[in-house]
Ligand binder design. Structure first.
Ligand code: SF4
Length: 719
């Protein structure tokens, strides 16, 4: 039995649940992960990623030395370099000077609009705050975004429009107070495993009734009172038909509507056509089931809604989320413990990165960049001349690459993200990446996007740095260093501070502070303006974190929001109409493809595919229903080609009733069969989120030899 040198308590770097981890360290090496039983988030439970997915830290492919490309890259002719022989190892000074020289050269020549940055929902609050500050304070641009745009932007915009706040209204563990709850567009068991445990416990222990609304027969269906298997992309008619039933059968909470909402009368007029029978025709869900689900939720004492990317990743993602919000307004299932509107946030710190202003329309604290008063506050904090910060809304993640051309974005800084896996329509994304004039990648591996870069800055994973993450519950928790950084890698916040000082001196500025002695100083600076975090100190969150808003140093935190009012005052109903997905199945492309995660992997795979989890789930698979498989002569395990109007992938088929007839599912973690080669880059007009959840595809039998070899793909970055 190994005796650890130390056991370090920290927060899981994978999903938004934010489980507490205990890292057991011997000789500066983590050999085991456990979890404290008194953690209020996970009570000692961990999923396979939290428990075993940490050994990527020690993978030989991890890059721990600053690198510069040997062959200078030209816009339009940029290539990927996975092989480290195409890079040369350099000192930190050389790498940072090179990055600063090139970024400043482009900024001086082409101005603020030429500069853009992807912040990172994997990195800490402190890292994200500093990176957006660097771009706003030094390059005077709001072209700052991160992957929230690709997962919950539809939910964020809808919640802002209807309530004035985009965070989860309640905490996930309050599911134990629900007597009825809806889970929709969320394969919670694979995406938020510990929350799914709590959901099952609520059903088993408390007799709560769970309504699953999802095109796939996800594991939670086994525990559900009802499963409504709607066709992908038909959320608005289904949820609005539920609203119709609630109004039609007078299950409405009139007091709540009178006291807390506006726009109800206009909303009623838009409801008329959304009968359950109309919805059945579109969604394929029997009208009687829609009625029953509506009654169950409306008559609950404490009803709540939990949703995932199946709601937001559509070209009408904002409308989908608004249709759910209406259900809570109609019934008054919000503003009390055990109720609420709960978009389950994907990445470990996507909530925090958004709070820190890693978004093109908002400073930290969701303060609009085009509001004079807000801009003035940040100018004062960052010691910038009045009027110095840009008031122009920045480009979103999805727009930044579309603007990669002469006269548009010329230099891109990528911290920890991987657009070459996560953007839709990757063949198009590739063309945009090739057009960029200069790319900085700050990461731990050279992934599909870092391979396009000119300079690589080796950062540290979560176990080699200090800071905070904010989970889906709005709980701000500590991230702690278990051992020193490997090689010459450095924590992100230190890299950003060093680079910012170089940029500042080249621009002849002496403005904002960059010489922080520790990450807490960074968080405290942010909290002087973003008062949701005003009462958060590292000492106060030492054990179990605090749930913001925490407006002062004595405040205990706020697990339940909107108890008296909404940030915008009254909750606002919106009139909705049914808009089909942008690409429906037809004779040429008869299947609808939907994409998502599997339990063993995470997003573009930069971490999990370089960990032992890859052995548990080593290759991409496409799920196809047995009835469809039979028609196409496909057996379980056969290689197949899946083709859309934008690209094709070859992978093995899994014949399973988990998916519905006419719907196929591909996880998006596998570079050798990247689901996003197929997906549609059509955007929600308001949230600018792509339609990842529905595009038309065709399936053909393929040959064994046509399958890409995942070992070769994974080996391409080896020294
Ligand atoms: Fe980590 Fe999420 Fe698993 Fe918890 S549920 S261990 S936070 S991946």
């Amino acid at each position: 039995m190994i005796k650890p040198d130390r056991v370090v308590t920290t927060t899981c770097p994978y999903c938004g649940v934010g489980c507490s981890l205990e890292l057991h360290v011997k000789d500066d090496f983590i050999y085991k992960v456990t979890s404290p039983f008194d953690s209020p988030v996970n009570h000692g439970n961990l999923c396979v990623k939290g428990r075993f997915g940490y050994d990527y830290i020690y993978h030989p492919r991890r890059v721990t030395t600053p690198l510069i490309r040997r062959t200078p890259q030209e816009a339009g002719k940029r290539t990927q370099a996975f092989d480290l022989s195409e890079w040369r190892e350099v000192s930190w000074d050389e790498a940072l000077d090179y990055a600063a020289d090139k970024l400043v050269e482009i900024y001086k020549r082409d101005g603020s609009d030429a500069m853009a940055v992807y912040c990172c929902a994997k990195a800490t609050n402190e890292d994200n705050y500093l990176l957006q500050k660097m771009y706003r304070a030094l390059f005077r641009t709001n072209n700052v975004d991160h992957c929230t745009r690709l997962c919950h932007a539809g939910s964020v915009v809808a919640l802002q429009q209807a309530l004035g706040s985009s965070a989860m209204s309640n905490t996930a563990s309050q599911v134990m107070m629900n007597d009825v709850f809806i889970v929709t567009g969320s394969n919670t068991t694979e995406n938020h495993p510990i929350i799914s445990l709590q959901m099952k416990e609520a059903v088993r222990q408390n007799g709560a009734k769970m309504i699953v609304i999802d095109p796939r027969r996800i594991e939670l269906v086994d525990f559900a009172e009802m499963w409504l298997p709607l066709k992908p992309g038909t959320n608005v008619p289904l949820f609005t038909a539920m609203a119709y039933v609630i109004v039609d059968e007078n299950l409405v909470n009139h007091d709540f509507i009178d006291d807390r909402t506006e726009g109800y009368t206009e909303f009623l007029s838009s409801l008329e056509k959304f009968t359950p029978e109309y919805a059945e025709e579109i969604c394929g869900v029997p009208a009687e089931d829609i009625r029953r689900a509506a009654r169950l939720y409306a008559k609950a004492k404490n009803g709540a809604i939990y949703w995932g990317m199946g709601i937001s990743q559509l070209s009408h993602g904002t409308a989908s989320a608004l249709a759910l919000i209406h259900l809570a307004f109609l019934t008054g299932h919000i503003g009390r413990d055990g109720t609420g509107l709960n978009p389950l946030r994907g990445q470990n710190n996507v909530q925090g990165a958004s709070d820190m202003g890693a978004m093109p329309f908002h400073y930290p604290g969701y303060m609009r960049v085009d509001n004079e008063e807000n801009a003035a506050k940040w100018e004062k904090t960052w010691n910038i001349e009045p009027g110095g910060l840009s008031r122009k809304l920045g480009l979103t993640t999805t727009e930044i690459l579309g603007h990669a051309h002469p006269g548009g974005v010329r230099a891109l800084y990528i911290m920890g993200e991987n657009p070459m896996m996560s953007e839709p329509n990757l063949n198009e994304t590739r063309k945009h990446m090739e057009q960029l004039e200069f790319i900085v990648a700050q990461d731990i591996f050279i992934n599909e996007s870092g391979a396009f870069a000119d300079v690589f800055l080796p950062a540290t994973p979560f176990a080699e740095k200090e800071g905070t993450f904010s989970n889906t519950d709005r709980r701000v928790q500590r991230v702690r260093m278990a051992h020193p950084p490997r090689g010459r890698s450095r924590p992100d916040w230190q890299i950003i501070c060093d680079l910012a000082q170089r940029i500042e001196s080249r621009l002849g500025l002496a403005t904002a502070k960059w010489d922080y002695s520790n990450p807490e100083e960074i968080l405290r600076e942010m909290a002087t303006v973003n008062t949701d975090y005003a009462g958060i100190t590292y000492e106060r969150i030492d054990k179990v974190g605090l749930i913001y808003p925490v407006p002062d140093l004595n405040h205990p935190g706020t697990p339940t929001l909107f108890t008296d009012d909404f940030p915008r005052g009254r909750g606002k109903f919106h009139q909705l109409d049914y808009v089909p997905v942008m690409e429906e199945a037809d004779d040429e492309y008869p299947f609808i493809l939907t994409t998502g995660r599997v339990l063993e992997h995470w997003h573009g795979g930069t971490m999990t595919r370089n960990s032992s989890l890859n052995e548990a789930y080593p290759e991409a698979r496409v799920d196809i229903h047995p009835a469809d498989a039979e028609i196409h002569g496909i057996r379980n395990g056969d290689p197949v080609k899946v083709q859309s109007r934008r690209g094709e992938v070859i992978l093995r088929a899994t014949v399973t009733e988990k998916t519905s007839v006419g719907v196929v599912f591909i996880p998006f973690h596998f570079a050798e069969a990247a689901a996003n080669l197929l997906t549609n880059d059509a955007l929600d007009p308001q949230a600018k989120i792509p339609e990842f959840k529905a595009c038309a595809v065709q399936i053909f039998p393929a040959r064994e030899n046509d399958l890409a070899n995942p070992d070769v793909i994974l080996d391409r970055g080896r020294y």
